[in-house]
Design a binder for this molecule. Structure first.
Ligand code: ADE
Length: 415
């Protein structure tokens, strides 16, 4: 299989939706303009394993405009927007290996298909490309980028074990990424996914948010805004305290499982909601995952304690427990914001993907100096993306006066 040729009728729909997203991606546009003139990625083969969305399509075009030969596969079996994949193949001639709803076997075949291109640079969302490259030991890319918290955690573990074989730029660590994409993007799109899947009113419900990182903070904030009574579950004492002083109830998952109406896990860890918690839930409780992998929910445990299950509407599977209560699992525990909705809106992906495009250029220019480590984005790059975003929004900020600069640089008291 070379690559999936999509239903070409879908491509027209995808093309228009990609254009719609582009209207809110001015920073990426600005980068594309320079890439068109300078072709900084010329001669590079770039393999991307990202959610195949309208926003990703805009990034793929920018990388191609910069001179890269681009190959794309999905970073989750349920997150592909097939019309977007079709348009990328037809209109931009970018090989795309993904289809919404692919099973695990096809998912990994598609990852291997982009690796057959022998990429110089990898662009991951969850570290699947890099981990397979390391398992197989056949390729030696110049470097890679990583989009998400879970991927950065995996890659730092590889670095700590001394097995990482190329430098990685942790896009997720850029302030212009996680403060906006993780917080406001996940906050809105997770609720969007839950609402599209269930059509439930959020107001008045107990929403249990497991994990109070940037993603959890966003979901808690937006759930509160929609009238939910929010309960936060944490393992980190500082975050637990932070959630408490942000005005949320904080308790263990064992206690929260008896109270919640909607459960959302976003921790990056495994088995956060386990069978003993499902067993205590109220009739009709809704359970969703918005962390990168569906391992956050003990779905096997839920299956084992259930006597029946049925899909009652798209993305909603009811599990009936022996006590007669029903638990509603959304989107097979996959990322709810991408499976049942469209992922984060373009306004935040603009900054995340500006970081991706500039990181690819940074690797090309600096790989000889870089060690096999996970690097933060250079601070000036991060600030520059924020400046461009502010400019596109027509927002002006102040600059320090020479006197203020001098004051901040001095250690003496007073003036
Ligand atoms: N991750 C979350 N939302 C996304 C989007 N819209 N596109 C690509 N990756 C995403």
């Amino acid at each position: 299989m070379k690559y999936d040729i999509k239903d070409l009728k879908l491509a027209k729909k995808g093309k228009l939706r990609i254009e719609w997203a582009r209207q809110n991606m001015p920073v990426l546009d600005f980068i594309e303009e320079r890439f068109r003139r300078q072709k900084p990625l010329k001669g590079l083969r770039l393999a991307a394993c990202l959610h195949v969305t309208t926003e990703t399509a805009n990034l793929m075009r920018v990388l191609k405009t910069g001179g890269a030969e681009v190959y794309l596969c999905a970073s989750n079996p349920l997150s592909t927007q097939d019309d977007v994949a079709a348009s990328l193949v037809k209109d931009l001639k970018i090989p795309v290996f993904s289809i919404k709803g692919e099973d695990n076997k096809i998912y990994y075949q598609h990852i291997k298909a982009v690796l057959d291109a022998k990429p110089d640079i990898t662009m991951d969302d969850g570290a699947d490309l890099v981990s397979i490259i390391h398992k197989e030991g056949k390729l030696n890319p110049l470097g890679g980028t990583e989009e998400t918290t879970t991927g950065v955690i995996r890659l730092r573990a590889m670095e700590n074990d001394g097995v990482l074989k190329c430098p990685i730029i942790a896009v997720n660590d850029a302030e212009t990424k996680h403060l906006f994409d993780n917080r406001y993007g996940t906050g809105q799109s997770t609720l969007d996914g839950i609402i599209r899947a269930t059509n439930r009113l959020i107001a008045g419900l107990y929403v249990v948010v497991c994990g109070y990182g940037w993603c959890g903070k966003g979901v808690a904030m937006r759930s509160k805004g929609m009238g939910a009574k929010v309960i936060v579950v944490e393992v980190d004492p500082v975050r637990g305290l932070e959630a408490n002083m942000d005005g949320f109830q904080v308790m263990t998952i064992a206690d929260a499982s008896k109270i919640g109406d909607i459960f959302i896990s976003l921790t990056g860890d495994i088995n956060v909601i386990r069978r003993e918690h499902f067993a205590k839930m109220k009739n009709g409780a809704i359970v969703a995952n918005s962390g990168h992998f569906n391992v956050e929910l003990d779905i096997d445990g839920l299956k084992k304690i259930s006597k029946n299950r049925r899909v009652i509407r798209e993305f909603v599977e009811e599990y009936t427990l022996p006590n007669g209560r029903v638990i509603c699992l959304l989107a097979e525990g996959r990322l709810i914001n991408l499976a049942a909705a469209e992922g984060h809106p373009a306004q935040v992906m603009d900054m995340s993907f500006a970081n991706q495009a500039l990181s690819a250029e940074y690797i090309k220019n600096n790989y000889k100096k870089l060690e096999n480590k996970v690097y933060k984005i250079p601070e000036d790059m991060d600030k520059n993306i924020a400046r461009l975003k502010l400019k596109s929004l027509g927002i002006k900020i102040d600059t320090l006066t020479p006197q203020q600069k001098k004051y901040l640089a001095s250690w003496q008291e007073g003036t």
